[in-house]
Every structure is written in structure tokens, then in C-alpha cells.
Design a protein around this ligand. Structure first.
Ligand code: SF4
Ligand code: FES
Length: 246
């Protein structure tokens, strides 16, 4: 398969940046999107040009590092997959692919397609943990947890912290990310000790980092590679109100 790419190139966070046009040829339909970028980078290196910087690690939808906008969609056009899980057979032969980094003030571009997502780390430091001593792996039935709560906590725990929800939102809201982290712990007995401080701390940090408000467009849910439900945002709001009145 052959593709024309318009890729955002930006030397560093102070550079203005611009789109540069490239072509890639003889790409296997089974290649992943990142493998296609690897081929382009190898061509660029052979020509003595600077390869395109992009984030990646696990390449199997687990680490959350690989997100880019493809034709204006966070992680590309397909639902429920991260950029590294996209296969080139999902695009049309000869298609023009516009590739750019997440666009959100709290995620400044470091270089090309790589953005600084440490704002998420600081939100996690503000409450995304438990202080109870968990010790070794407990027996499966030692702490009984109702099945619906366990299922919902597990769904929330699927969040990989990729930032697509922020990139997809016109307000650059981080509510889906924060709600997944708060929900996961609010639903479990181990998360009760800091339940109120957690939600207040994480929302306070989210606001301080410059993320916008949620205006219920559901763009975050539509673009989330783990299909995290906006129902978690409703729980986040309830948790916040409870923390404020108790
Ligand atoms: S909620 Fe979804 S889109 Fe947002 S950071 Fe988590 S996995 Fe990524
Ligand atoms: S490289 Fe880890 S989720 Fe894509």
C-alpha cells in the first residue's frame, strides 16, 4: 500500500512547527501505523534527514504513550484501539493521512508528535493512590467485593492514561481520565481511606494544570481507546459533592 502523509514537524517546544509532506510506498496492509512510521523514519535516515519523533513503548495498547491525531481523530478513525493497534489495511490505498500531536494547552509539544503529558502524573500524585498496606497478594475471597462494583472498578482501571480524551475534547477537559482513576478506587474497600481527599486533590490539580471543564459532548468517550464510559464522570461529580458536604 502507498500513502501520502502530512506530518507535524516541530524542533522543540519553542519552534512554530509546520506540516511536511512525505510519501511511503510498499507498506504491508498488516503493518501497524507505528511500523509504517518506522519505515518512513528509516527512509528519512537514509536520506540524512531527521527522523520523526513519536512516543511509543509497548505497541500493544497497554502503556498509553503512542497517541497522535490521525485525520483529526485521536488514535485514528477506529473505535476502541490505540494508535499502535491500528493496522494499515484499515486505511484506503493512496489515502492522505494527516498526523499531528495532541493539541491541548496542558500537553505542550516537546518535539514533532511527542507531547509532555506529565500533567497527568501530577494529577495522580495528588490522589491516585491508596495508602493502606496491601502486603502480599491476598486470597481471592479475603475481601468480598460485590460483582457489579468489581466489574465497574475493573472497567475504570482499563484507562491507560493516553490523553486522547483531552485531545478529543474542545475544552481540553481531563474529566474522563480523572473520573476513571477516582472511580476505580472509590468502588473498592482499599480506596476508602483517602476517598474524599483523593477527589478533592485530583480535581484541584486538574484545574491548576489548566484542563478545561466538561460540557457533556461525549467526544472523550467516543475517542477513548479503552472505551471508558462517561458514567464515571457522573460518579466523579457525586464523589466531589460528597467530599465537599461531609
Ligand atoms: S480515559 Fe481513555 S482516552 Fe482518557 S486517558 Fe484514559 S484511556 Fe486514554
Ligand atoms: S505504544 Fe503502548 S499503548 Fe500504544
Amino acid at each position: 500500500m502507498n500513502f501520502t502523509l502530512r506530518v507535524w514537524r516541530q524542533k522543540d517546544r519553542h519552534d512554530k512547527g509546520q506540516f511536511i509532506r512525505y510519501t511511503v510506498q510498499d507498506i504491508s496492509p498488516h503493518a501497524s501505523f507505528l511500523e509504517m512510521l518506522d519505515v518512513l523514519n528509516s527512509d528519512l535516515a537514509k536520506q540524512g534527514e531527521e527522523p520523526i519523533a513519536f512516543d511509543h513503548d509497548c505497541r500493544e495498547g497497554i502503556c498509553g504513550s503512542c497517541g497522535v491525531m490521525i485525520n483529526g481523530r485521536a488514535h485514528g478513525p477506529h473505535r476502541g484501539v490505540a494508535t499502535c493497534e491500528l493496522r494499515m489495511r484499515g486505511f484506503k490505498d493512496g489515502e492522505l493521512l494527516v498526523v499531528e500531536p495532541w493539541r491541548a494547552r496542558p500537553f505542550p509539544v516537546i518535539k514533532d508528535l511527542v507531547v509532555d503529558r506529565t500533567a497527568f502524573d501530577r494529577i495522580m500524585e495528588a490522589g491516585g493512590f491508596v495508602s493502606v498496606k496491601t502486603g502480599g497478594a491476598p486470597d481471592g475471597n479475603a475481601i468480598p467485593i460485590p460483582k457489579p462494583a468489581a466489574d465497574e472498578a475493573m472497567d475504570a482501571a482499563a484507562c491507560i492514561g493516553c490523553g486522547a480524551c483531552v485531545a478529543a475534547c474542545k475544552n481540553a477537559s481531563a474529566m474522563l481520565f480523572v473520573s476513571a482513576k477516582v472511580s476505580q478506587l472509590a468502588l473498592l474497600p482499599q480506596g476508602q481511606a483517602e476517598r474524599h481527599e483523593r477527589v478533592e486533590g485530583m480535581i484541584g490539580r486538574m484545574d491548576a494544570e489548566g484542563f478545561g471543564a466538561c460540557t457533556n459532548t461525549y467526544a472523550c468517550e467516543a475517542e477513548c481507546p479503552k472505551e471508558i464510559s462517561v458514567a464515571h464522570i457522573a460518579r466523579l461529580n457525586r464523589e466531589y459533592i460528597m467530599a465537599k458536604v461531609t
